[in-house]
Ligand binder design. Structure first.
Ligand code: CA
Length: 449
């Protein structure tokens, strides 16, 4: 038993032995540890829980089995940086102009007006650490340790070699200094995640673990490639080895939590930052989004609907499917609720606390609708319906599509456009999206997509 558990047991004893009514059961427990794991450019189909056959993901499957799988889990952006901006703020990133990936430049990054999940949990007494890919601004003022993280190990840009880049300046950092990393990067991130838990196990901690796997470049270890030698397509084979390495790294973290007896009271989220890149012009990696249509960088389901898993044995049911639409901007309010932090109205959160929905205390859908804006593309999901304008590059075209209406409950692959036959539904959804859009601002950088 570690120090924190001893202190807690004493606190609980003090409550019960003094004849004072015990507070709500969960209030007497320790604040949970919180871990947010993000995959990068994963295909919707490429995980055991979604039926993947050629790539085993036993550790992610175990996480799913011990928790809740959201079958309508979304991200608010169809590519890397906007999704991360939404995740860490609990707000649609179009509220503050973070609509597109940041290029270089000293003033381009997650706007300093925004407060991150790390800021908020640090204020609530958490030790906060990040291991992985940042992609929210490379200039000093945007550094993770200036955005609420006590510790940082990883890289600041949007992609990175998985092997030490010979002859180039080291860009894997520990804090702000070169880390001189020699391991395969996914293994290194797993190692650092375990080490973070080891250093901070006596306190409530928040670990943000955004892997760059399985984003390009397509780099796998010899061992990984050998494991998948039956896969003939070279890109898919490399992708499989990269997915497997990420699953192994997650397995090491889960095993560490178990060894330290922290498993029960640790809340873990897993999402991919966007769908698999399958269309020309994206970072094609051999991923598969079936049965969804479309790719990373589109507002079709293939771009925005992702693996979305959560586990917290102390509070949430195991082996549960949750079907109402949820989105990664819900992670922040959910984590804050778990930590006992009450959000304030002026934080202007768009996300909601999902805990009572997952436990079954609340039967209603968490959101009246979900919304996307990505340059010329947009989407709204309301109930079973989705109105969308997407990039026709997804099917070899050029420019944005006409506005389409799909009934996702019986057409998850967005094959049958009902816009012409359901004009009232089109009007209703368009009006709801227009109203939401009045709360957005112009993009701070970038343009048409
Ligand atoms: Ca991505």
């Amino acid at each position: 038993m570690n120090t924190r558990n001893v202190i807690l047991s004493c606190a609980v004893l003090a409550f019960t032995s003094g004849g004072v009514s015990p507070p709500l059961a969960h209030a007497a427990e320790a604040k949970p540890n919180i871990i947010v794991i993000v995959g990068d450019d994963m295909g919707y189909a490429d995980v055991g829980a979604h039926g993947c056959k050629d790539i085993p993901t036993p550790n992610l499957d175990a996480l799913v089995k011990a928790g809740v799988r959201c079958t309508n889990g979304y991200v608010s952006g169809p590519y890397c940086s906007p999704t991360r901006a939404g995740l860490l703020t609990g707000r649609y990133q179009t509220r503050f102009g973070h609509e597109f990936n940041p290029g270089g430049g000293a003033n381009i990054g997650l706007p300093l007006t925004e407060t991150t999940l790390a800021d908020r949990l640090k204020a609530a007494g958490y030790v906060t650490g990040m291991v992985g890919k940042w992609h929210l601004g490379a200039a000093e003022k945007f550094h993770p340790q200036k955005r609420g993280f006590d510790e940082f190990f990883g890289f600041l840009g949007g992609a990175h070699s998985y092997f030490p880049a010979k002859g180039k300046a080291e860009t894997i950092l520990r804090g702000t200094k070169p880390a001189n990393e020699t391991e395969y990067l996914t293994d290194a991130f797993g190692r650092e995640a375990v080490a973070f838990v080891d250093r901070n196990k006596a306190k409530p901690f928040f670990l943000y673990l955004p892997f760059n796997a399985v984003h390009t470049p397509m780099h796998a270890t010899e061992g990984g490639l050998k494991k998948f030698e039956t896969i003939k397509d070279n890109t898919r084979r490399t992708y499989a080895a990269m997915m497997w390495a990420m699953d192994e790294a997650i397995g090491k973290l889960l095993a560490k939590l178990k060894d330290e007896k922290l498993e029960q009271n640790t809340l873990i989220f897993f999402v991919s930052d966007n769908g698999g890149p399958t269309m020309q012009g994206t970072t094609i990696n051999g991923s598969v989004n079936a049965p969804l249509r479309g790719s990373k960088r589109t507002t079709l389901e293939g771009g925005i609907r992702v693996p979305f898993f959560v586990k917290w044995p102390a509070r949430l049911p195991a082996n549960k499917l949750y079907d109402n639409p949820v989105i990664q901007i819900d992670i922040l309010p959910t984590a804050l609720a778990a930590a006992g932090v009450e959000p304030k109205a002026d934080w202007k959160l768009d996300g909601v606390n999902l805990l009572p929905h997952w436990t079954g205390e609340m039967k209603t859908a968490p959101h009246a609708a979900l919304y996307w804006r990505f340059g010329q593309q947009f989407a709204i999901r309301k109930g079973d319906w989705k109105l969308v304008r997407y990039d026709t590059a997804a099917e070899g075209g050029k420019g944005p599509s006409p506005i389409r209406l799909y009934s996702l409950v019986d057409d998850i692959g967005e094959k049958s456009d009902l816009a012409a036959t359901q004009p009232d539904k089109v009007k209703e959804l368009q009006a709801a999206w227009d109203k939401w859009n009045t709360g957005n601002v112009a993009p701070l950088w970038g343009g048409k997509k």
